[in-house]
Design a protein around this ligand. Structure first.
Ligand SMILES: [Zn+2]
Length: 265
């Protein structure tokens, strides 16, 4: 994929047009004008495709097994972008064979948490790990920091394994609510994401299960510092899930690992 990323102005125009066309389509459907509804739906699809094609593809992390950079889509401009919606999975470039999943957190750096007209779950304000994943053989997490253009600071947390566990054993990861996978026979599976979060990073650091790239770096190299100097320890922020809708936001209990029935949503 070699489309040039959008500029902030182009992104703003796409998101504004999307909101306008969505409202027009709502009206058309209310008035039972199906033909107009269909043509506006085509326009919505076109605008969404332009947004996804123009997403920046950034180095988020670095594989501890072969040193390859992990490149993923990201919307660094604001949480009003479609990238942050809980069920969106944009097309990604291929990764090295060790990459499992990307977790993440967002610190608001004293700024107000703001999203668009869809509720988003950007993670907690401080880095965390999925203990169930780190307990799997050969799985390690790499914590990084990625300054966003709106002044927030994102923490991408890449999981890598010498031998990647089957999809069913992984998690949906950053901002997602559903984990979906295909097994070795190509069968599709899914479940609600509720994998427990662990904010106590020290025991995992001591086991060598957490590595990191230096804050302020381009995230292409792991830090070469003693574990006790990990810069992602004891950061300010609450160990809670954050949900944001427009300018309204709240702390939610972090996931506790219990099973959520699809019928309870
Ligand atoms: Zn690798």
């Amino acid at each position: 994929m070699s489309v040039k990323p959008w500029t902030a102005a182009e992104r703003g125009r796409i998101l504004r047009e999307l909101a306008e066309v969505r409202a027009q389509r709502g009206q058309a459907l209310d008035q039972e004008n199906w033909d107009l509804g269909d043509s506006l739906k085509a326009k919505l699809d076109e605008l969404e495709a332009a947004y996804y094609a123009g997403l920046p593809r950034l180095v988020m992390s670095c594989c501890p097994f072969d040193g390859k950079p992990l490149v993923r889509t990201f919307d660094p401009i604001g949480l009003d972008g479609l990238w942050w919606h809980p069920d969106v999975t944009p097309e990604e470039v291929p990764t090295c064979p060790h990459f499992c999943v990307l977790g993440g957190a967002v610190n608001y750096q004293g700024l107000p948490p703001l999203a668009g007209d869809e509720e988003v779950y950007p993670g907690p304000e401080i880095p965390f790990v999925y203990p169930r994943l780190l307990a799997l053989p050969g799985v390690v997490a790499v914590i990084s920091s990625l300054p966003m253009e709106n002044g927030y600071l994102a923490y991408p947390i890449g999981y890598f394994a010498e031998k990647r566990p089957p999809g069913e054993q992984l998690v949906a990861g950053w901002r997602h609510k559903h984990h979906e996978w295909r097994d070795q026979l190509g069968q599709y599976g899914s479940r609600y994401e509720n994998d427990k979060w662990d904010f106590d990073l020290r025991p995992w650091l001591e086991q060598g299960k957490i590595l990191w790239t230096p804050p302020g770096s381009d995230r292409t190299k792991l830090a070469d510092e003693p574990r006790e100097r990990c810069p992602y320890l004891d950061l300010p922020g609450k160990p809670e899930q954050v949900s944001i809708w427009k300018d309204k936001w709240d702390y939610l209990c972090p996931p506790d690992g219990s099973y959520i029935s699809p019928y309870d949503d």
